[in-house]
Structure formats: structure tokens, C-alpha cells
Design a protein around this ligand. Structure first.
Ligand code: CO
Length: 224
């Protein structure tokens, strides 16, 4: 374990990444000569992961999984916006082509994006992205305003950002059409702790649209 940490604190350079790749291929082939042949044959991951771009929250490592196990979309502060073509494309492909059985939004405590959204400072163009989190604050201001401890307020906003993300996913036609076609699909909200390495399940899992307000429920599409 120490060797691993030492390795990662060595200077990372453009060249060291390419050397690291060669080392990894050699080590992997030593363990399983057919490893790349098997992976190259195709993917059938059961999970779509929507996480933060933060370098400290890599989906595979923190869930003890491997390449091929998780389809991943990451953006700053793991925000789900219904006009984000990137996210919608990933979601549609994961749900309808890869047929994942679970979509997980995983936020993390200590998220710089959530912290920035709570501040009044300008950070540049990213402020327009983080505005989505300020909107989540507005939805839950009655709960957040009374949390006097700043760190605790950031933590709760981090959780609420994930929870709203779960609801935003379930408001999409992609998820609702999947459900109405009778396919099983779970949507879940988690938060990862940088301090402990542990994931907390926020227990907001949905497998149907019955938690949504009526205005967000969609009939089955007319054209199939
Ligand atoms: Co973050």
C-alpha cells in the first residue's frame, strides 16, 4: 500500500503516463495473458456511474471494480441537467443499448464545486454550471439556512445535489420510458467520503416514477 501511495506522489509527467501504461500492460498480461482479448470483445457493464470530475473519486478504484464493469459519466459536482446533451447521450446509450440495471449518482463530501456554489465569489464560466446547485439550494433553503456550521451546510447541500440529480434523472423520458416498457432499472444516490473512503447510500433509490409530482410523469410515447 505504501508503495502505491509513493508511486502516486512521484511527479506525474506526460512521459511517466506512457511509461505507466507500458508497466500496467506488462503486469496485467503477466497475471492474465488473455486479459485484453477478453475486454476487447465487448462491454456489458451493469452500472452507469455519474460522478464528479474530482481526481480523488475514481469509480472503479473506490468500488473495487475493473475495466468493463462500470460505464462512467463525470462532470464538475456530478450535476444532472436535463438539457445536457453529453449526459443525456450517455444515459440513453447506457440504458437502452448497454441495458444497465442501475444508474448511480455518486457525489462526494469536500466537493469544490458544491463549496463554490455556496460562495458569493466569481469563478468564471463555471459559475453558470454551478448555478444549478444554487437552484437546488433555493429548493431547500428552509433546511439549509438553519444549518449554522458551514462545513455541515456544504455536506447537506452535497447530499441534496445528489438527491435532486436522482429526481432529475427520473424525470427524463429516457428513464421513464424504460420503466414503462417493463424493464428493471434502479436509480440511486450515494455520497463518497474523501476522509474515510467509504460510500454512504442516501436511500433515495427509485424503480418507478411514483415519487414524482404529477406534472413530471410521462405517458408512454405515442410512436414506438
Ligand atoms: Co467534486
Amino acid at each position: 500500500m505504501c508503495a502505491k501511495i509513493e508511486h502516486h506522489t512521484n511527479e506525474i509527467t506526460y512521459e511517466s503516463l506512457l511509461q505507466g501504461n507500458k508497466d500496467w500492460v506488462a503486469e496485467t498480461l503477466l497475471e492474465d495473458p488473455a486479459y485484453f482479448d477478453k475486454l476487447a470483445a465487448g462491454q456489458k457493464p451493469p452500472i452507469l456511474w455519474i460522478g464528479c470530475s474530482d481526481s480523488r473519486v475514481p469509480a472503479n478504484q473506490i468500488t473495487n471494480t475493473n475495466p468493463g464493469d462500470i460505464f462512467v459519466h463525470r462532470n464538475i459536482a456530478n450535476v444532472v441537467v436535463h438539457t445536457d446533451m453529453n449526459l443525456l447521450s450517455v444515459l440513453d446509450y447506457a440504458v437502452n443499448i448497454l441495458e444497465v440495471e442501475h444508474v448511480i449518482i455518486c457525489g462526494h463530501y469536500g466537493c469544490g464545486g458544491v463549496e463554490a456554489a455556496l460562495s458569493n465569489k466569481q469563478h468564471g464560466i463555471i459559475d453558470n454550471w454551478l448555478r444549478n446547485i444554487k437552484d437546488t439550494y433555493r429548493l431547500h433553503y428552509h433546511e439549509l439556512d438553519i444549518i449554522s456550521d458551514h462545513k455541515k451546510r456544504v455536506e447537506r447541500l452535497t447530499e441534496l445535489n445528489v438527491i435532486e440529480g436522482v429526481f432529475n434523472l427520473t424525470k427524463s423520458s429516457i428513464i421513464q420510458n424504460r420503466w414503462s416498457s417493463g424493464k428493471k432499472l434502479g436509480v440511486h444516490g450515494w455520497v463518497y467520503s474523501l476522509n474515510s473512503g467509504l460510500i454512504k447510500d442516501l436511500n433515495v433509490s427509485c424503480e418507478a416514477n411514483n415519487h414524482l409530482g404529477n406534472v413530471f410523469k410521462m405517458d408512454e410515447p405515442v410512436i414506438k
